[in-house]
Design a protein around this ligand. Structure first.
Ligand code: 13P
Length: 254
């Protein structure tokens, strides 16, 4: 089975409204429709405008970087999944390591956020990945297994089939130190084996598993050539149109 190829840009807390609009326009004008889906994940204030810019462009979608798990209420400063959906988004990044680290997001909360995203007809890009000390102790598989089982394995097959997984080793994020293609492949194959055991072949074979962590134009091709790597979640390099497009053009040609 041929899986979706996805390159998502996580802009994190960067770019003014004007800068974001200019970046999105540059990406739109310089990328052409092909089989790779490009997802732009800017800060909330950009979502509405960027959704209108990509409307009708088949290879571009917009995603948010986070959402609240409840639908509305007295939660000053928060944004719900329903609101994100209402401005035309189709993806939400859930469980990024920066949110786990700086905003104390745990598996229990992430479970609710995953449900909120799915309940509003969008697809979670669910992030998992170990810190350096966990890798040094060779416990990375147990850790990633618990992150995935705790936040996703309550879903039925229909709901799970909407999930995109992003493996982002924390030690590779923003450090310039990327996982080797072999390390990425090993973990992606492990994640797919977990999905296989729980949900069977069809879903395991069709779930996109993205790699994130210092993915750049000069290393993307090697990482994307691995059989279980279906694309990337890109931080720093997604802020430059040329780099982001080059990364999206780094899949092996069949
Ligand atoms: P960098 O590509 O800047 O390492 O960030 C990766 C990331 O955290 C994407 O979500």
């Amino acid at each position: 089975m041929k899986r979706a190829q996805i390159v998502a840009g996580n802009w994190k807390m960067n770019l003014s409204f004007q800068e974001g609009r200019d970046l999105a326009k540059e990406i739109i004008n310089n990328s052409s429709p092909n089989e790779v889906l490009m997802v732009l994940c800017p800060p909330f204030v950009h979502l509405n405008h960027l959704s209108t810019l990509v409307n009708g462009i088949s290879h571009l979608e917009i995603g948010a970087q986070n959402c609240h798990h409840l639908s509305n209420g007295a939660y000053t400063g928060e944004v719900s999944a329903g609101m994100i959906k209402s401005v035309g988004c189709s993806f939400v990044i859930i469980g990024h390591s920066e949110r786990r680290e700086y905003f104390a997001e745990n598996d229990e909360l992430l479970t609710k956020k995953v449900d909120a995203v799915l309940g509003n007809g969008m697809r979670p890009i669910f992030c998992c990945g170990e810190k350096l000390e966990t890798r040094e102790a060779d416990n990375q598989e147990a850790l990633v297994q618990s992150q995935i089982e705790n936040a996703l394995f309550h879903l039925d097959s229909e709901a799970f089939s909407k999930i995109v997984i992003a493996y982002e080793p924390v030690w590779a994020i923003g450090t310039g130190r990327t996982a080797s293609p072999e390390q990425a492949q090993e973990m992606h194959a492990f994640i797919r084996s977990l999905i296989l055991k729980k949900y069977g072949h069809e879903i395991a074979d069709s779930t996109p598993i993205l790699y994130g962590g210092s993915c750049k134009p000069d290393n993307a091709a090697e990482i994307f050539s691995q059989p279980d790597v279906d694309g990337g979640l890109i931080g720093g390099a997604s802020l430059k149109a040329n780099d982001f497009i080059a990364i999206a053009s780094s899949f092996p040609q069949h």
